[in-house]
Design a protein around this ligand. Structure first.
Ligand code: NDP
Ligand code: GDR
Length: 378
């Protein structure tokens, strides 16, 4: 019998990579997607199996983290060996605009899943993974951060995730459930949501190079993060559920870069050497030099020239309370789980840039053939 996994948030970045990973391991993978007015399954369309196919191993169910009845019904039907709770309103800046919804889906949503396991008498069968976050550390109390570093959340998102973290610990202790928190630091990929800073940068710079966009507007350029690759991190989510005892783990690379450095590296990948001028909200990124021979990209058609400003600061992207710096220490995961990330920061940036350049090329082709293309600035 194949093991059965249920993934909430299967349409998201991690959900897509995890589904792929578990299918390769031979699992029967069930996913919860919410109802949307347009299709939202782009990231998992390549895994889709027609409901009429026999021996399907990839099955989607309609449900929502804010709706207990749907969660109980799905868990009852699937009887999963493992639940991966990845669903969340996951955007920190948006959580300041939708704090109540964020708490409902991210905090209470986690409780609803744990209660469903209990109500359905699955506490001995179903193992539970919670997508916890480095945002719990917020205003950091210690560098680098470990499983023992005190939490100090700095956004409605992080506060909601703090509740989720502790309710997982509580259900583990109270009911003996196999439930774990993966305290994951930022992880990115070519399928990262377009409004997170890394993807916003690689997408905008690729579009600038093809003349589809004029400028990249960013918030806090000094923010520092420990960025890894999502592909490496989903393996870890699975590993945590394969141990003798449940435990919580920090997952990080142990390396830190600023938003400014990310921009510089992504630009360099496209053959653009940037220099920075000004300070604070007046700081701008200007083209210092074009090096098409290094990137292999023909920059003649781009109309870009040294001296042109292509990055500006826009205070609308500042957050009411910011997390300035995060750096994880993944030593426990390394020792106990034998895990270490394989993909380097440079490789990550390169892969994201190349992928967004492909996407921009498709848009440029449409434009050149007279079709309309749209860009969302967020
Ligand atoms: P994404 O934003 O890419 O995906 C979030 C998923 O949750 C999507 O499938 C989304 O559906 C779904 N979702 C949101 N609200 C609901 C709801 N009310 N009911 C059902 N589904 C819902 O996030 P990531 O894949 O990047 O992250 C996965 C998890 O890990 C999240 O919980 C995030 O908070 C956490 N995390 C992420 C880190 C990162 O760097 N990526 C680091 C640490 C933690 P839809 O597609 O319809 O929007
Ligand atoms: P984060 O990721 O808040 O760390 O949460 P994000 O990429 O949104 O921001 C990282 C840092 O970059 C700064 N920043 C900007 N951010 C965005 N989105 N847009 C901008 O224009 C911009 N300019 C500067 C931010 O202020 C911040 O300091 C992510 C999410 O995946 C969470 O779900 C997850 O829990 C954490 O990572 C770990």
């Amino acid at each position: 019998m194949n093991k059965k996994a249920l993934i909430t948030g299967i349409t998201g970045q991690d959900g897509a990579y995890l589904a792929e990973f578990l299918l390769e391991k031979g699992y029967e993978v069930h996913g919860i997607k919410r109802r949307t007015s347009l299709f939202n399954t782009d990231r998992i369309d390549h895994l889709y199996q027609d409901p009429h196919e026999e021996d399907r191993r990839f099955i989607l169910h309609h449900g929502d983290m804010t709706d207990s009845s749907s969660l109980i019904r799905i868990i009852q039907r699937v009887q999963p060996d493992e639940i991966y709770n990845l669903a969340a309103q996951s955007h920190v800046a948006v959580s300041f605009e939708e704090p109540e919804y964020t708490a409902n889906s991210d905090a209470l949503g986690t409780l609803r899943l744990l209660e469903a396991i209990r109500i359905l008498n699955l506490t001995d069968k179903t193992r539970f993974y919670q997508a916890s976050t480095s945002e719990l550390f917020g205003k950091v109390q210690e560098v680098p951060q470990t499983e023992k570093t005190p939490f100090y959340p700095r956004s409605p998102y992080a506060v909601a995730k703090l509740y989720a973290y502790w309710i997982v610990v509580n259900y583990r202790e109270a009911y003996g459930m196999y439930a774990c928190n993966g305290i994951l630091f930022n992880h990115e990929s070519p399928i990262r949501g377009e409004t997170f800073v890394t993807r916003k940068i690689t997408r905008a710079l690729a579009r600038i190079v093809l003349g589809l966009q004029d400028c990249l507007y960013l918030g806090n350029l000094d923010a520092k993060r420990d960025w890894g690759h999502a592909k490496d991190y989903v393996e870890m989510q699975w590993l945590m559920l394969q141990q003798d005892e449940p435990d919580d783990f920090v997952i990080a690379t142990g390396e830190q870069h600023s938003v400014r450095e990310f921009v510089e590296l992504a630009a360099k990948e496209l053959g653009i050497i940037l220099r920075w001028e000004g300070a604070g909200i007046d700081e701008v990124g200007i083209i210092e030099e074009l090096r098409p021979e290094e990137s292999g990209i023909d920059l003649k058609k781009s109309g870009l020239k040294p001296g042109k400003t292509i990055v500006r600061v826009d205070p609308r992207y500042f957050r009411p309370t910011e997390v300035e710096t995060l750096l994880g220490n993944p030593e426990k995961a390394r020792k106990k789980l034998g895990w270490r990330p394989r993909i380097t920061f440079n490789e990550l940036v390169k892969e994201m840039v190349r992928s967004d350049l492909e996407e921009a090329r498709r848009d440029a082709l449409c434009r050149d053939k007279g079709f309309k293309t749209f860009n969302h600035h967020e």
